[in-house]
Design a protein around this ligand. Structure first.
Ligand code: MRU
Length: 333
């Protein structure tokens, strides 16, 4: 397996390391993710996160496991555990399925490694293509609102929605990015702000509930978000809060784009009602949890509803910005 050195993931020929995203922005801590069960835990705890990245990270771990001499049955079992680590981002299942298929009917560790390398290369190339297609949509001086983290931390390339903003910024379009904090795990407040600051892109942090009044003030010309799974009819699952943002954008006549690589499209899934939505622990909502520690502000036993994702209906999406080009949401098939 070729060495890799990206913002969230590194491989030096022996060891896979992941940047612990629960510790950002205050600490840059690298953790070993070489063992498949370690990687399952990193994915479940969101130390490594973002739809494209969890597919790439799981594929690399499985390929390295195979290359180190694991038996076919062990590789298959580890692949199935990785595949089930989180349910919503189809990139994870798609990547593992690509690796497990060469293990049948004859196990070939080299084939797994080659497939994982292809997945890495495709992710980087898809990000570049989305960046190019998306940046072409953006006019000079736009205020762009985004949700969650869709940047270099969520992929091994420049990112999806944030990659588009990066290319628009580099093209001198003078954009300003408004960042939803993204409760409950604060991927916007902790990760997107960190990336935007590193890239020198002007930005302002908002609580999730501020988007509507910002739009009414006329400060947002476009919304760009990523996706964890896009169904055949164009319905798109993304970090919880995205659906509300799409409704608010429609009310204010603001274009709403979903930026994603083809690995996020699930043509086998008819519509958003069939996308499995991950539900997470109550403590994430009763307070704040993460690598920074935990704090609780709600009563200890308050009942909690905590879906990690919601589904934006295709009817609220202006266009899908894919690596293959910009298409209407009902244009997948
Ligand atoms: O729970 P997370 O942080 O993995 O959720 C990530 C998102 O919802 C992103 O918007 C999505 O994966 C697209 S990232 C390029």
């Amino acid at each position: 397996m070729k060495a890799l050195d990206t913002l969230p993931l590194r491989f030096d020929g022996r060891t896979i390391r992941i940047l612990d995203q629960t510790r950002l922005p205050d600490a840059e801590v690298w953790l070993d993710g070489t063992d498949p069960d370690m990687m399952v835990s990193h994915i479940q705890h969101l130390r490594v996160r973002g739809a494209p990245l969890i597919g790439v990270a799981a594929a690399m771990t499985l390929a390295v496991f195979a290359h180190r001499g694991a038996r076919a049955s062990a590789v298959r079992a580890a692949g199935l555990r990785l595949r089930a680590a989180r349910p919503t981002a189809v990139n994870l299942m798609a990547a593992i399925d690509r690796l497990l298929s060469p293990t049948l009917p004859r196990y070939d560790a080299d084939a797994l490694v080659a497939e994982a390398e292809r997945i890495v290369a495709e992710d980087i190339a898809c990000c570049d293509a989305m960046g190019e297609h998306g940046a072409a949509l953006i006019a000079r001086g736009e205020g762009i609102l985004t949700h969650c983290n869709t940047g270099g931390l969520a992929t091994v390339g420049i990112g999806t929605a944030l990659g588009v903003m990066r290319r628009a910024h580099e093209a001198g379009k003078g954009i300003h990015v408004y960042v939803d904090e993204t409760r409950p795990l604060l991927q916007g407040a902790r990760l997107t702000t960190w990336e935007l600051a590193r890239l020198g892109i002007p930005h302002t942090l908002l609580t999730d509930g501020m988007a509507a009044s910002l739009m009414r003030e006329g400060r947002v010309q476009r919304v760009l978000v990523g996706a964890d799974r896009i169904a055949r009819n164009g319905d798109a699952a993304n970090k919880v809060g995205t659906y509300g943002l799409a409704i608010v954008a429609r009310h204010h006549g603001v274009p709403f784009h979903v930026v994603a690589p083809w690995s996020t499209v699930d043509l086998a899934c008819a519509d958003g009602a069939h996308i499995p939505i991950e539900h997470r622990g109550a403590d994430e909502v009763r307070g704040a949890v993460g690598g920074f520690g935990a704090v609780r502000w709600a009563p200890e036993d308050t009942p909690v509803y905590n879906p990690a994702f919601d589904v934006t209906p295709a009817a609220l999406i202006t266009s899908l910005v894919l690596d293959r080009g910009v298409i209407p949401p009902d244009g997948l098939v």
